[in-house]
Structures are given as structure tokens and as C-alpha cells.
Design a protein around this ligand. Structure first.
Ligand SMILES: Cc1ncc(COP(=O)(O)O)c(C=O)c1O
Length: 430
């Protein structure tokens, strides 16, 4: 597949015709784009070509050419998210980006980290880890349970922050850092993060946004207007670049917080160096943080070309959003259950549907294994089941290759998986 030739042709209509542009096994019904992303064949062709170029002369590529590709990607993505080019750097994934931000704060005793009950698992563990090491900032967890409403989340979050800021701060220098999802992972829910950022700003709280699912799903992003303090988004999820590739956005006003990426690069200058001319140059710090394959990071521009050919962000997301709503309804009908968000307040391209399994069934490794193996190996489909607020749900990602009939396949697979889980629980209880 030669992208330049392909892009002279008319793109296929969204739905199953688009499967020809992806490398899935023909029998696989992919309703879980949200976890790891999916590489479009034209983007893969770009990656293969670039790999040939890299391997034809690694020194030339790494020492001379790579930086030009890298800067061009930063420039293009910055426009897409309403940022300045030099406020954006490319990192391996959201975990790396958020670790870099959170581990660069110089905490003092009494500082506070704010997470939520819906914070992505490893990010929550990262908050716990930071709270476990000196000087032991305190972890405060915002309780977020679905079903709920956007208005209630905003009100509760404001209350939560107010309580924290009202408690005594002897030094007057206490730092409060809130990690906020733009689109939570489980449940998959588009949160009122813009309003939450505004609440933080008003209260003097630093907002760090886990935007893992944002780019490519949340259209018309304008970070310069929303003004989060830090923001990271995977590009290998909804933008279709090769995994792993992510953008870390740090507005100029906050770049002084970032002393060093993790791992530290040779461009790090210690204030104790005789030639120290600080502050650090934010972008230069991220140009080389250890040897990696740069191709995934550089594929972000190719992914943007692919999406432009398909018709652009609005056209893509109009289809996937409508399908998420319709597919969620269809799945709930087929399972005899409900969608988590009937008004669609939290729904972009991800929909959560209750599955017919008692909420008393615990989310053990074995239960999750039965779900995973039954769905993937026996039914050749997948969407992640999860337990939330005493019920079992499944999170479905609607993509441009999906059609409503895919939700029927998932319904049959889930019914089978639920009965297998019930059998397992009955046996265990005997
Ligand atoms: C909300 C959220 N945050 C963070 C991550 C971590 O992304 P990565 O593993 O690419 O670092 C994910 C991954 O699915 C996620 O859903």
C-alpha cells in the first residue's frame, strides 16, 4: 500500500469497508480500539518505509534526520490541540508523560495529591507510590461513581477541592496537585475536565490531565483556552499512530517545573554545573531520553494524513459517536440490560453497557481470565468487562470499521462468557 497513491482515491464509506485499511484477522470483531489502538495500513506503510530509511544508515538517521521529523510532528500536533509548538514534546506513552510530570514536582510535607476512584489503575498506583516516599505527600481520592451527571461531578469536585484548600496550611506554600482524566478509562466516560481545570485554577490547585483517550476523539481541542497546567495524550489510541506515541503538553508558564524527563537525558544541566545557564530548555530535554525506535513517535504525522484523507476529525467522530450511541442501545437490548449513560452526557466514542452478571460476583483474576479467553479465543471479539459501583459493565469502543451488527456478535459472546463465569462461581462456592 503506497499512501501517496491511496490518497488520490476516494476513501471508503465508514463501516466494514474500512476493514480493508486495517490489518485485523478477517474473523476478528474489534470493539476495543480504546485499549491499545489499531494501526492503519497506510500508517504502517509509512512506518515500514521509515524503518528502511533508519536501517539504511542508523547514524545518519539518528544524528541528522530524526530531529527534523520530530519537530515537524510537534508543529502539526500543536495546531491540532491549540498549543504552541514548543509547548509540545513527543513521549512514548501516557504513562511516561504523566510519570515525568508527577515525579518532577518537588513535594514538601503536607502537600496533597488528588486522584479519583476512576483514575486509571497504574496512574493511581503512581500517585500511591509518590505518597509512599519522602516527604510523603497525602493522597486524597475524589469519589466518582457512575451513573451520575456532569453537573453533580462538577459540584462534588468543587466541594472536594474546597475542603482540601480550607484545611490548615501553616507554610502558605502547600502544593495541591490534581490528576484529572479527560476521558476516564473504566468506565469509558468523557468527564467535565474543562470545568474541573477551571475549578483547580480558581483554587490555586495544579491540574495534571490524563488525556490518554483525547487526541482523535475529542474534537476542536484548544488547550491554550482550556489552560490545563499539564496534559498528556496517547496518539496511538484514537489518532491511529503506531504504539507507543504520545504528546506531552506543558505550557510555557509551567515548563520550569520539568527539570528532567525520566530517564534523564544528556541535555540535562545541573544548577551546580559551572556552565549552567538555566532554566532548562524544555523541548531539548525530550529529544533523546535513551535509545528507542523513533518510528512510532514519528508516525503521528502519517496518522494525521490518513485521517485528513478519510474526511477529517469531525467526519470521523460524527460516525463513531453516532455508532457508540446506537451500538450501546443495541447491545443493552440484546443483553436485556441498560446503558450506563442513557442521555449520552459522558459518551463520545466509548459506551458502557451493563452485562447480565450479578454485581456480587467479584472481579477476580479468574473471572477476568474467563471473560478474556471466552471473548477473544472462542468468539474472536473483545471489549473489556469491568465491575463498577456493584454492577458488571462492558466498555465498547466504536470505530470507523464497526457497524451495528458488531454489537450483536459481542452480545452473543458476552452471554456465553457470563454463563461460564456463573458456572465458575457456582463451582467455587460448592
Ligand atoms: C485513562 C488512561 N490513562 C492512562 C492510560 C495508560 O496509557 P499507556 O499504557 O499508553 O501509557 C490508559 C490506557 O489505556 C488509560 O485508559
Amino acid at each position: 500500500m503506497v499512501p501517496a497513491e491511496l490518497y488520490k482515491t476516494v476513501p471508503p464509506a465508514f463501516g466494514h469497508d474500512v476493514l480493508a485499511l486495517f490489518g485485523f484477522n478477517p474473523n476478528y470483531v474489534n470493539l476495543n480500539h480504546g485499549s491499545y489502538g489499531s494501526l492503519a495500513l497506510p500508517v504502517r506503510a509509512f512506518c515500514d518505509e521509515l524503518t528502511d530509511e533508519v536501517e539504511s544508515n542508523p547514524d545518519k538517521f539518528v544524528r541528522i534526520d530524526c530531529i527534523h521529523y520530530w519537530n515537524r510532528v510537534r508543529e502539526r500536533v500543536a495546531k491540532l490541540i491549540g498549543a504552541e509548538t514548543d509547548e509540545c514534546v513527543i513521549v512514548n506513552n501516557t504513562s511516561h508523560g504523566l510519570a515525568t510530570v508527577l515525579r518532577n514536582f518537588i513535594f514538601k510535607e503536607g502537600d496533597i495529591l488528588v486522584g479519583a476512584t476512576t483514575t486509571y489503575g497504574s496512574m493511581h498506583q503512581m500517585l500511591k507510590y509518590i505518597a509512599d516516599i519522602p516527604p510523603y505527600p497525602v493522597l486524597s481520592t475524589f469519589n466518582l461513581q457512575f451513573p451520575t451527571s456532569r453537573a453533580k461531578i462538577i459540584q462534588d469536585f468543587e466541594e472536594h477541592i474546597k475542603k482540601l484548600t480550607e484545611t490548615g496550611d501553616a507554610t502558605g506554600e502547600r502544593k495541591i496537585v490534581a490528576l484529572i482524566d479527560s476521558i476516564a478509562g473504566h468506565p469509558g466516560a468523557f468527564l467535565p475536565w474543562r470545568e474541573m481545570v477551571a475549578i483547580c485554577r480558581k483554587a490555586g490547585v495544579i491540574s495534571v490531565i490524563d488525556g490518554a483517550h483525547s487526541i482523535g476523539q475529542e474534537v476542536d481541542l484548544n488547550l491554550s483556552e482550556i489552560r490545563p497546567d499539564f496534559w498528556v495524550s496517547n496518539c496511538h489510541k484514537w489518532l491511529f499512530s503506531k504504539r507507543g506515541s504520545a504528546i506531552l503538553y506543558v505550557p510555557k508558564r509551567n515548563q520550569h517545573f520539568i527539570k528532567s524527563p525520566i530517564p534523564s537525558p544528556v541535555t540535562y544541566h545541573s544548577p551546580h554545573d559551572s556552565d549552567y545557564q538555566g532554566p532548562q530548555d524544555f523541548v531539548r530535554l525530550f529529544e533523546w531520553t535513551g535509545t528507542i525506535d523513533y518510528v512510532p513517535q514519528l508516525s503521528i504525522g502519517a496518522a494525521m494524513d490518513f485521517r485528513e484523507w478519510l474526511g477529517g476529525e469531525h467526519k470521523i467522530n460524527a460516525y463513531t459517536h453516532a455508532l457508540a450511541i446506537a451500538g450501546g442501545k443495541r447491545l443493552a437490548e440484546r443483553l436485556g440490560t441498560n446503558v450506563m449513560d442513557p442521555d449520552g452526557e459522558f459518551t463520545l466514542n466509548i459506551v458502557n453497557v451493563e452485562i447480565p452478571l450479578s454485581g456480587d460476583v467479584e472481579s477476580t483474576d479468574e473471572v477476568l481470565r474467563i471473560f478474556t479467553h471466552t471473548l477473544i479465543l472462542q468468539w474472536q471479539t473483545f471489549a473489556p468487562p469491568f465491575r463498577h459501583n456493584k454492577k458488571w459493565w462492558v466498555r465498547c469502543s466504536a470505530q470507523i470499521w464497526n457497524e451495528i451488527s458488531d454489537f450483536d456478535v459481542l452480545a452473543n459472546a458476552l452471554k456465553d462468557a457470563c454463563s461460564k463465569v456463573e458456572e465458575h462461581v457456582a463451582q467455587r462456592n460448592n
